[in-house]
Design a protein around this ligand. Structure first.
Ligand code: FES
Length: 89
């Protein structure tokens, strides 16, 4: 089972689990707004294992660009967890 670490808290998740669903099921510091990749509220920073997140779509890249995200940042509402990953909210 992939291990997701959010702000130091470890959670075991099903392979391919949507991060937004995991966040709904656990008490995390992640904030969500539209949950549709548009508002930028959920921008987060992968610290380790970014290659184990589902690839960003063109729409996600557009939103990250529109909100001046740092290189490597992702939208928490858009990613699926494919392997061990550590993120900061
Ligand atoms: S919650 Fe709006 S972009 Fe993710």
């Amino acid at each position: 089972m992939p291990k997701l670490t959010i702000d130091g808290t470890e959670i075991e998740v099903k392979p391919g689990a949507a991060l937004v669903d995991v966040a709904d099921e656990h008490d995390t510091e992640l904030d969500f707004g539209c949950r549709d990749g548009m508002c930028g509220t959920c921008i987060m920073t992968p610290v380790r294992g970014a290659e184990h997140l589902s690839p960003a779509s063109d729409e996600e890249r557009d939103t990250l660009s529109n909100f001046d995200a740092e290189p490597g940042q992702r939208l928490a509402c858009q990613v699926k967890i494919l392997g061990d990953v550590e993120i900061e909210s």
